[in-house]
Design a protein around this ligand. Structure first.
Ligand code: EPU
Length: 428
């Protein structure tokens, strides 16, 4: 089993660069299915979710190259191949194949998605949208079957503000006949990024980034070139890490507007934060104050930063309460942090953290992607050696994390065989 070993307490300083946004990229890659000619996407993060999606596009006949952060997808030979099992189960974002394949071929068979276990993660709003556009949707033995003779624009009100449903309905509606209106749409920057790609391909989408999105269906979408927005969650993870263990760190390639809720919370804690055009400087933080945090949809505090933030709060003086209103069970990291000496407990949808404490190195396991980030931050803060397992989760969303942290002066390395290595050995 592969482990990440971290010797904590090293002063971290310098510049760390952010990659393209994972949660955009995982939608942009399926969106290329809708084009009639090759699409080039720049700034693609080198993470396992993207490699899995690349494999899925190849399974349906796409020709894909991915080198130095640039992915080129030639969709001209793609077919509506059913994907009920296999790789689709490995990631959450495989649900975007439903919208994209329905939009292009008027039919799709996609296994129910996997991804991090954060409590119930239904896709009822996605399905409600597809049905409103005229698709017949059935769930047969763990796979979703979608069929439509014709897709017609519709007015769709989302009962729950959902990033995935908003994007998936956009994908299915761009080539539908007539106008689609998505009401109570999610407003995350990743939605604007996907709409920008689709509009560059020839779609007519207005209002992305607001809670009403209007889509005028078009007959044909062409290839184009697109650059992904920077990953606000990776950037936020680095800002938290800088506040927790840094001695002056510049986070490079960011859109500061996307990080306002985190910046405000860090300042409230006494962390020095300076904002540039596409950089954020986080200074050495002394005497941190406890704060309460509630996760909300954008532009509120992101649920994806809640777990890393709890690690930082162990250093703050007083009692902090972190409440996750988006996911009911995103607290599996709390028990692991307690192994490291943290004083925290979970009460319903909240975690209560008492500080300050000096974390101690321990053997801990990442249960999901952002839990992994929380444990890496804790390891960098702690006294002594921390061993993190469950690295396959971290690899889903953070590209070259060890290398990036080493450039800041962190003492950490990977040891042992990865799941991928073991799989390759087993398959001869
Ligand atoms: N929900 C429903 N019905 C639906 C869809 C969602 O009830 O049909 C609920 C969910 O259970 C959840 C809430 O609505 O309570 C929000 O879910 P949303 O659909 O917005 O989340 P998602 O699209 O599945 C994306 C990110 C997550 C991120 C959330 C919230 C991707 C692939 N994933 O998930 O990212 O936490 O939005 O911002 O884009 C991560 O990066 O670690 C991660 C989990």
């Amino acid at each position: 089993m592969e482990k990440l070993k971290i010797v904590g307490g090293r002063p971290l300083r310098g510049t760390i660069k952010v990659d393209g946004a994972k949660n955009s990229a995982v939608a942009l890659v399926p969106a290329t299915i809708l084009a009639e000619s090759p699409v080039t996407i720049e700034g693609m993060p080198d993470i396992s979710d993207i490699h899995i999606l690349k494999g899925l596009l190849e399974e349906i006949g796409g020709r894909v190259t991915f080198r130095d952060g640039e992915m080129v997808v030639d969709p001209t030979s793609m077919v509506a191949m059913p994907l009920p099992n296999g790789k689709v189960k490995k990631l959450r974002a495989s649900y975007y194949l439903m919208g994209a394949m329905l939009g292009k071929f008027k039919k799709a068979v996609i296994g129910l998605p996997g991804g991090c276990h954060l409590g119930p993660r239904p896709i009822d709003q996605h399905i409600k949208g597809f049905e409103a556009l005229g698709a017949e949707v059935t769930n047969e033995q763990g796979a979703i079957y979608l069929r439509a003779n014709e897709l017609r624009g519709a007015r769709i009100y989302l009962d729950v503000v959902s990033v995935g449903a908003t994007i998936n309905i956009m994908l299915a509606a761009v080539k539908a006949k007539g106008q689609t209106v998505i009401e109570n749409a999610a407003k995350e920057p990743e939605i604007i990024d996907v709409a920008t790609l689709l509009n560059n391909m020839g779609a007519k989408i207005k209002g992305a980034g607001t809670d009403i999105i209007r889509i005028e269906g078009v007959d044909k979408l062409d290839g184009c070139r697109h650059t992904i927005i920077p990953d606000r969650i990776e950037a936020g993870t680095f800002m938290i890490l800088a506040a927790a263990a840094g001695d002056g760190i510049v986070i490079d390639n960011v859109i500061p507007l996307h990080l306002e809720s985190l910046t405000a919370k860090l300042r409230e804690m006494n962390v020095p934060v300076e904002i540039g055009d596409d950089k954020i400087f986080v200074g050495k933080a002394e005497k941190l104050k406890a704060v309460d945090v509630k996760t909300l949809v954008y532009p509120g505090f992101p649920t994806d930063l809640q777990q890393p933030f709890t690690s930082l709060l162990t250093k703050a003086e007083g009692s902090s309460i972190v409440t996750d209103t988006i996911y009911s069970a995103r607290f599996k990291h709390i028990d692991e942090l307690r192994r490291m000496n943290a004083i925290m407990k979970v009460e319903g949808r909240s975690a209560v953290i008492n500080g300050p404490v000096r974390l101690q190195g321990a053997k801990v396991k990442a249960s999901d992607l952002r839990a992994g980030a929380a444990l890496v931050i804790a390891g960098l803060m702690a006294e002594g050696l921390t061993e993190v397992t469950g690295l396959e989760h971290i690899d889903r969303g953070y590209s070259m994390l060890v290398e990036k942290l080493r450039l800041l002066g962190a003492d950490l390395w990977r040891e042992g065989l990865s799941e991928e290595d073991i799989g390759q050995i087993k398959s001869g």
